[in-house]
Ligand binder design. Structure first.
Ligand code: SF4
Length: 288
C-alpha cells in the first residue's frame, strides 16, 4: 500500500477565469493530491506536479471549503463545482478519510451545483448528499434549465483487458456502467466521458459505436468523446506500456504524437464520428 501524506491546505476551491465549455464548471475542487488508480494516461504524470508531489489527502479541505463557499454564496457567485477535475474524489482512501463526503456536506449547505467526475463506484455511498444538492442547488442564471448535480463516469475503453493495462487499479468498465445504471435509477442526470479514447486501441469506428451503444443501453443522458494528450514524462510512461503490450503501435504513435495531441484531422474525425453515433443512438453529444 502506498504511503499517504495528510496535508493542510490554505485554499481548496479554484475559480476559473472562464467556464469550462464541456463540463460547465466555474470552479474545481480536488480533495486529494494524485490518485491511487494509477491510469497510465493520467495527465498528472506529464505535469509539473507528477514528479514532485506524493499521494496526499487534504485533511482540512471541508473546513477551508466552508470559508471559501460562504464568501462566494454571500456574493451570489453560484456556479458548478467540478469535483475531481485533476484527481479521483472517490479513490479507495476516501473510504477511510471521507473528505469528499464532508466537502459534499458543505456544498449542500451553501447550495452550489456540482459536477462529479469519476471512475469509482464509491460515489454510490454519497447519493443521499447528492440528492440533497440536486434538490437545493442554485444554478447560474444562464444554466437554469440544468439540474443541480451532474454525474459523469469516465472510460478509455470498454474492453476489460485493455482497461486493466491502462487503468490498473480503477473499477472495471462493467462496474462503472453498473454504477451509472444505479445513478440513473435514482433519477440523477448522468453521462459518460470517453476521455481519453486511445488511438489505434479504442478509437476504431466499431469500438466507438460499441461505446455509444453502451451509453444508450445504460441510460446515459449525454456523452463526451475526447482524444488522448501525452506530454513530458507522461509520454515516456505511456510508451513504455505500449512497448510491453502493443509494440507494433509505437511507430504509429510517434507519427501521431509529434506534438502533445494528435493532429487536427484526427480530432475532427473523432468528433464527427462521435456526433454521428450519438445521433444514431439518440444520446445527447455533450451536456448542452
Ligand atoms: S482515475 Fe483519473 S485522476 Fe486517477 S489516475 Fe486515473 S485519470 Fe488520473
Amino acid at each position: 500500500m502506498k504511503m499517504v501524506r495528510e496535508i493542510f491546505v490554505k485554499s481548496v476551491l479554484n475559480k476559473h477565469k472562464k467556464r469550462d465549455e464541456w463540463f460547465l464548471d466555474d470552479y474545481s475542487l480536488n480533495p486529494y493530491q494524485l490518485c491511487e488508480f494509477g491510469c497510465v494516461y493520467c495527465y498528472i504524470h506529464g505535469s509539473k506536479y507528477g514528479g514532485t508531489k506524493s499521494l496526499a489527502v487534504k485533511v482540512n479541505a471541508p473546513l477551508i471549503l466552508q470559508r471559501e463557499l460562504r464568501k462566494r454564496a454571500e456574493r451570489k457567485e453560484y456556479g458548478f463545482i467540478a469535483l475531481g477535475s485533476a484527481t479521483e474524489p472517490w479513490q479507495p482512501m476516501e473510504e477511510r478519510y471521507q473528505v469528499t463526503r464532508r466537502c459534499l456536506e458543505v456544498i449542500a449547505k451553501f447550495r452550489f451545483p456540482v459536477h462529479c467526475l469519476t471512475k469509482s463506484t464509491l460515489i454510490l455511498r454519497d447519493l443521499d448528499l447528492l440528492r440533497e444538492i440536486d434538490r437545493k442547488a442554485i444554478l447560474p442564471g444562464d444554466l437554469k434549465g440544468l439540474r443541480g448535480v451532474l454525474v459523469t463516469f469516465s472510460f478509455s475503453s470498454l474492453d476489460e483487458k485493455i482497461a486493466k493495462i491502462f487503468e490498473p487499479k480503477a473499477p472495471s468498465p462493467e462496474e462503472r456502467l453498473e454504477a451509472l445504471w444505479r445513478v440513473k435509477e435514482e433519477g440523477f442526470y448522468a453521462g459518460i466521458a470517453y476521455i481519453p479514447v486511445l488511438p489505434f486501441i479504442s478509437d476504431p469506428d466499431e469500438q466507438l459505436e460499441e461505446m455509444i451503444k453502451a451509453a444508450k443501453e445504460f441510460s446515459a443522458d449525454y456523452v463526451f468523446v475526447g482524444a488522448l494528450t501525452l506530454y513530458g514524462s507522461g509520454k515516456t510512461a505511456y510508451y513504455t506500456i505500449l512497448e510491453r503490450h502493443f509494440p507494433e503501435l509505437l511507430p504509429k504513435y510517434k507519427e501521431l504524437f509529434k506534438f502533445n495531441q494528435p493532429n487536427w484531422e484526427y480530432q475532427r474525425r473523432l468528433e464527427k464520428k462521435a456526433r454521428e453515433l450519438c445521433k444514431k443512438y439518440n444520446v445527447k453529444y455533450r451536456i448542452v
